[in-house]
Design a protein around this ligand. Structure first.
Ligand code: NAD
Length: 258
């Protein structure tokens, strides 16, 4: 039977790659995220070309609980259920904690942490009714360890791991799993945007940010690809992963082994 996957923040980067990977498996896909009308059309067309299922776009803003509830309600009404929920939308802001703007703290906690609570609470009743579901939260190596200047991001991602474990325990007997993926540095627009910011904050060149800051802690010295993260999400959504729940899987080139 055709599965339905909702992927938040899937107009770009990791989310778009995950949408494409589930599309290749023939799923109905609900895309979400910001972008110009052209970018959204391009993403929708690219994902539609890969699936025998149907692709919808929903523009819910992950800072707005009512819009998030509507995202899940729309997917459920259109396709009957949300089988796979991928909480991926995320933003970053880099600043010393004492100078960290309060509105950026609130925004990161809302998008990177609270939005997952809102999608999960809305999606679980349908998953329970079906006796099957997969919740995959895109956390980060920063869900496990910290870096300076990323107070809100690190706090939110640690929170995602706690939320994941709690949800997993609550639905363990319902055929539903909940897990986090903890990538290291993946080359996406989010990372690209951080390079000039970090150069400014640290007073070093952009090349030094790449070599000495970003990939310094990633022993493989290579960025992770969005396709590698997407392949792990597909695995976690499969029946072979039915006994993996309440945990995280790191894909960080050895970062957190140190
Ligand atoms: P990205 O900037 O390419 O994509 C982020 C997506 O989230 C976009 O589709 C954007 O439109 C969407 N988004 C942002 N704010 C939103 C909002 N308020 N409502 C709805 N959608 C919103 O970033 P990415 O690197 O692909 O990151 C995806 C996820 O992976 C994030 O949660 C990020 O923290 C996590 N992550 C990224 C890396 C990395 O190195 N890129 C590493 C670890 C974890």
């Amino acid at each position: 039977m055709t599965k339905t996957a909702v992927i938040t923040g899937s107009t770009s980067g990791i989310g778009l790659a995950i949408a494409k990977a589930f599309a290749k498996g023939g799923a109905n896909i609900v895309l979400n995220g910001f972008g110009s009308a052209d970018e959204i059309k391009q993403a929708t067309d690219a994902v539609s070309a890969l699936t025998s299922g149907t692709v919808l776009y929903h523009g819910a803003d992950m800072t707005k609980p009512a819009e998030i509830a509507d995202l899940i309600a729309t997917a459920t009404t259109r396709f009957g259920s949300v089988d796979i929920l991928v909480n991926n939308a995320g933003i970053q802001y880099v600043e010393k904690v004492e100078d960290f703007p309060i509105e950026q703290w609130d925004r990161i906690i809302a998008i990177n942490l609270s939005s997952s609570f809102h999608t999960i609470r809305a999606a679980i009743p349908g998953m329970k009714a079906k006796g099957w579901g997969r919740i995959i939260n895109i956390a980060s190596a920063h869900g496990l360890v910290a870096s300076p200047f990323k107070a809100a991001y690190v706090a939110a991602k640690h929170g995602v791991l706690g939320l994941t474990k709690t949800v997993a325990l609550e639905v363990a007997e319902d055929g539903i799993t909940a897990n986090s993926i903890c990538p290291g540095y993946v080359l996406t627009p989010l990372v690209e945007k951080q390079i000039p910011d970090q150069a400014r904050t640290r007073g070093i060149t952009e090349q030094q940010v790449i070599n000495d800051v970003m990939l310094k802690g990633q022993p493989t010295k290579k960025f992770i690809t969005v396709e590698q993260v997407a392949a792990l999400a597909v695995y976690l959504a499969g029946d072979d992963a039915a006994q993996i729940t309440g945990t995280h899987v790191s894909m960080d080139g050895g970062w957190t082994a140190q």
